[in-house]
Design a protein around this ligand. Structure first.
Ligand code: SF4
Length: 177
């Protein structure tokens, strides 16, 4: 049977977005994908399509012009997904903090799972962050599967889902009638 979870773990696809960085961390991301550091050995592929991505790698403090695209790309990615903030300016605004045209970090707009501090971050740290992201992705996949399983198990009467049945399974509450 086709096991999506297995393939997602073996070959997570990455979406890289620059939300107004100085390009320092973007160059390090490219270096981590190049043969010397070879992030692809974990099956990681850099893709340009949010609808096929599992990991969102973001750089930059979020400029006013980039914030809408940031949120749009995030919402286009299917669940489960993991967001990595690459670089100090992406985590908190860094050297751009309190400037008139930036938002001081991406977590003001989208939830972040992994923060990688540094200015610029090294390829080793980026690889560490992606490996951590893979663990989180697996955990999220399991949680989704559990919810899906409970949903499938729920009985349906006249098109209405029997939530009481689901509650009994989740909370393991036994009622005696
Ligand atoms: S953390 Fe530093 S090097 Fe990286 S994008 Fe921001 S300002 Fe540039």
């Amino acid at each position: 049977m086709f096991d999506l979870k297995k393939y997602r773990k073996k070959s997570p696809w990455i979406l890289h977005y620059n939300a107004g960085s100085c390009n320092g961390c973007d160059i390090e991301i490219l270096a981590s994908l190049a043969p010397k550091y070879d992030l692809e050995r974990f099956g990681v592929i850099n893709t340009g399509n949010p609808k096929q991505s599992d990991i969102f790698l973001v750089t930059g403090p979020v400029t006013y012009r980039s914030r809408e695209r940031l949120v749009e790309l995030y919402t286009q990615m299917p669940e489960p997904k993991v967001v990595i903030a690459v670089g100090s300016c992406t985590c908190t605004g860094g050297v751009f903090r309190d400037m008139y045209n930036v938002e001081d970090g991406i977590d003001r707009y989208i939830p972040v799972d992994v923060y990688i501090a540094g200015c610029a971050v090294s390829p080793e740290l980026i690889i560490d962050g992606v490996v951590k992201a893979l663990e989180i992705l697996e955990k999220k996949s399991k949680e989704m599967e559990k919810a899906l399983k409970l949903f499938k198990e729920a009985t349906s009467e006249n098109g209405v889902i029997n939530r009481r049945n689901v509650a009994l399974k989740v909370g393991e509450v036994h009622e005696e009638n």
